[in-house]
Design a protein around this ligand. Structure first.
Ligand code: PLP
Ligand code: COI
Length: 340
């Protein structure tokens, strides 16, 4: 397979239109088989449910070229499952999990020339999404839906690649205690746009959101979960019902325990104890693991001992092991790697 002639290493996290995308429609109470299409545009009624009441959700996963030249995806079954759960919470018809995985495979295969080469630092990001498409004017769920997956080659989510980030503690809340923080609804991201623009204007890479009820516990950022490393090398990640159950975070907790022999704990993390951690990172499909060097809380700085120059040593081990598994350099646990 001849690859596209692109400066792969120069890619940021942006949209590049690729050749094929998958589209399936839900009408009269059933999903159709779906098909690949060249058409990157969507035509819909002015009153479509997604346009009026934001009935939309999405997923994110990646395809990689392994060291030995295979094309693989990382744990697409977990994206299928999470989208299923998200759809139920948003009163959308869940897209069947086996069909989701099949559609992922079709899109990667059809865009194989866009899967960045091994060692380029880029990957093919896949964006499954679903939305209410028929006219809806009273507040109620749509009756017809469209499910799509497109692919776009991407580089690092944060500018500067692996350079530690500076975050700020947000004055805004991301998710209510019994709200939608645990699902991947578009509305969670719409509400985060103002806080992220404000954070960027003030020179921060991302927001640290605290729990909305008490503002004492760490939740997550707009697009990634937190990982902390204690001074005695324990991996700690916040437990909360209002954060997204990150597939990367769940994988890293397993990697920490089973590959690196570290203690790994998911528990409530009080903001007061953040200053005592040795390392901090953000984890997610887009973020992979992005190190955090500093968190600013209304002028008060928390500087992690790992510093502003490079990843902390445990974060680095987690990063190397996870990306090693994704790129086929390290044996993966059963079922984690799906070959295309
Ligand atoms: N948290 C939020 C709010 C996200 O948008 C994402 C991205 O998907 C994550 C966490 C990381 O999740 P995952 O590792 O499944 O990509
Ligand atoms: C992902 O990591 O896949 C996400 O959806 C996060 C988003 C902020 C790009």
């Amino acid at each position: 397979m001849e690859k596209k002639d692109i400066d792969w290493s120069g890619l940021g996290f942006g949209y590049v239109q690729t050749d094929k995308r998958f589209v399936a429609n839900y009408k009269n109470g059933a999903w159709d088989e779906g098909t690949l299409t060249d058409d990157a545009n969507i035509v819909m009624n002015e009153c479509a449910g997604v346009l009026q009441y934001a009935q939309t959700c999405f997923e994110g996963l990646k395809a990689y070229t392994t060291e030995d030249g295979r094309t693989v995806c990382f744990r697409p079954d977990l994206n299928a499952e999470r989208m299923f759960d998200t759809a139920k919470r948003l009163e959308m018809p869940p897209f069947p999990k086996d069909k989701f995985i099949d559609a992922v495979k079709q899109v990667v295969k059809a865009n194989e020339a866009w899967v960045p080469p091994y060692g380029s630092g880029a990957t093919l990001y896949l964006r499954p999404y679903m939305f209410g498409i028929n006219p809806v004017i009273g507040v109620k769920p749509a009756e017809d839906y469209q499910f799509r997956i497109f692919a776009t080659p991407v580089g690092p989510y944060f500018k500067g690649g692996a350079k530690p980030l500076t975050l700020c503690v947000s004055d805004f809340d991301r998710a209510a205690p019994h709200g939608t923080g645990h699902i991947k609804a578009g509305l969670n991201y719409a509400m985060s746009l103002h806080p992220i623009v404000e954070a960027h204007k003030a020179g921060y890479a991302e927001n640290m959101y605290l729990d909305a009820a008490t503002r004492t516990k760490v939740e997550e950022t707009g697009g990634a979960n937190f990982l902390f490393i204690t001074k005695d090398n324990k991996v700690v990640t916040p437990k909360s019902n209002s954060i997204l159950p990150s597939i990367t975070r769940r994988s890293l907790m397993y990697v920490a325990k089973e590959y690196l022999g570290l203690e790994a704990e998911e528990r409530e993390v009080h903001f007061d104890e953040v200053k005592d951690f040795a390392e901090c990172g953000l984890c997610g499909t887009a973020a992979v693991i992005s190190p955090v060097g500093k968190i600013v809380d209304h002028g008060k700085e928390i500087c992690f001992p790992s510093g502003m120059e490079e990843m902390g040593p445990i974060t680095k081990k987690l990063y190397d092991t996870l990306t090693g598994i994704q790129m086929g350099r390290i044996d993966a646990p059963e079922g984690w790697i799906v070959e295309i």
